[in-house]
Design a protein around this ligand. Structure first.
Ligand SMILES: *Cc1c(COP(=O)(O)O)cnc(C)c1O
Length: 402
């Protein structure tokens, strides 16, 4: 299979892989900084970063070396033994997030599963009941496993797979009254993305976040912030909740935590940690393995040392200004939303054609829903990269929308 061209590879892929994605028709081969290259050598400016994953860009030497060194030592042990990278990664994540207890997973969806189990066990310990409810948000996205799907407020993802895990209620994002209406003595957790990603790059309002924190404080309900997409520096803060001056009881992290290796985490305060999951309640074979934890420890070290969130805040402001100009130029753009290096342009039509046109011109973009272009580049992008992106974006829009 070494001498096939892109078209031939794609034909092979379509025969062998389960068709759960409508993929863009390029076969990617390697990356360098904020650029990706396909197997025919074409260069692409990457404003997707593997969907909010590759925060440090491709080919970061320090990160690559950390992984290579760990490969030569040991890749996997088991959670029945301790390993140094997991200890270091947990310490670093605690320090960066302000949480006290960490459980490492292999994905974002599994982090959500863990957070749901944490909430149910917390409730069970409190009153021995097993009918506790979790309030989640409409237009949310929390992953594809059955538990994560059950708290995802988008029927399009859920319909064919009902029934879900049950006892989940959905409120409207940024509508505190709609949350209050659902709170009762069975409510054990309120789960929300601090900035909604898939659902449309919508940041929580100050009033909403603070209001939820207050409800949770008054009624001993766990506030769970899903920081899988918006965390790890993306919005200009180590974690998006930090902008609001509040602290959740539980957070979920993944995507940029490993910057390319599969690792996620759910983390919690000591109060929750000491009254929820105990030995035998939860586990994973791969979660917390030395290879992925070596990556996470290194990512956290670089993020903090080089103030990557601070840089993202600054370039995020520049991106905001530039996308505002684009939005002013095209009447087909209805809204510009987001925070930091997590922004979206909402169009009055599906954006697939624009994205394909940009791809032809060497720019990788992705949608969020059918009518929003999402911008989640590596956090190391520069203003010059943004300028280069804007040129192609404007061409792609002009040549596509009529
Ligand atoms: C991507 C994402 C998930 C799911 O993570 P996976 O690693 O794909 O399972 C959950 N929540 C949010 C907010 C996400 O963006």
């Amino acid at each position: 299979m070494t001498d096939m061209n892109m078209k031939e590879y794609i034909e092979e892929a379509e025969k062998d892989l389960l068709h759960t994605y409508n993929r863009y028709r390029i076969v990617l081969d390697k990356g360098e900084g904020v650029h990706l290259y396909d197997i025919e050598g074409k260069e692409y400016l990457d404003f997707v970063a593997g969907i909010s994953v590759f925060a440090l860009g491709y080919g970061n030497k320090e990160y690559n070396d950390a992984l290579k060194n760990q490969i030569d030592k040991v890749i996997h042990t088991s959670n029945y033994y301790y390993n140094v990278p997991a200890i270091e990664a947990a310490k670093a994540l605690k320090k960066y997030s302000g949480m006290d207890r960490v459980f490492f997973t292999n994905s974002g969806a599994e982090a959500i599963e863990g957070a749901i189990k944490t909430a149910r066990k917390y409730g069970f310990n409190k009153d021995g009941r097993t009918d506790h409810e979790i309030i989640a948000m409409n237009h949310s996205f929390h992953g594809r496993t059955m538990g994560a799907l059950s708290v995802t407020g988008n029927p399009h993802y859920r319909d064919a797979f009902e029934p879900g895990i049950g006892n989940i209620r959905f409120a409207d994002y940024n509508d505190l009254e709609s949350v209050k209406k659902l709170v009762n003595d069975k409510t054990i957790a309120i789960l929300l993305e601090t900035v909604q990603g898939e659902g449309g790059l919508t940041p929580a309002t100050d009033e909403f976040i603070k209001g939820i924190r207050q409800i949770c404080d008054e009624k001993d309900i766990l506030m769970i912030c899903d920081e899988i997409q918006c965390g790890m520096g993306r919005t200009g803060y180590p974690f998006a909740f930090m902008k609001y001056g509040i602290k959740p009881d539980v957070i979920t992290v993944a995507k940029a935590l490993g910057c390319g290796v599969p690792i996620g985490a759910f983390a919690m305060t000591e109060k929750v940690g000491s009254s929820s999951l105990v030995a035998g309640d939860h586990g994973t074979t791969y979660g917390g393995n030395p290879l992925c934890c070596a990556a996470a420890a290194k990512v956290l070290e670089i993020m903090e040392r080089d103030d990557i969130p601070g840089k993202a805040l600054k370039t995020g402001e520049y991106l905001w200004k530039k996308l505002d100009e684009v939005a002013a130029e095209f009447t087909q753009i209805k809204e510009h939303r987001g925070r930091g290096l997590m922004q979206g342009l909402v169009f009055d039509r599906p954006v697939g054609d624009i994205i394909n046109k940009a791809l032809e011109k060497g720019l990788i973009l992705i949608n969020a829903g059918s009518d929003i272009i999402r911008f989640v580049p590596p956090l190391i992008i520069t203003e010059a990269d943004i300028d280069a992106m804007i040129v192609i974006l404007k061409e792609a829009i002009a040549e596509t929308v009529k």
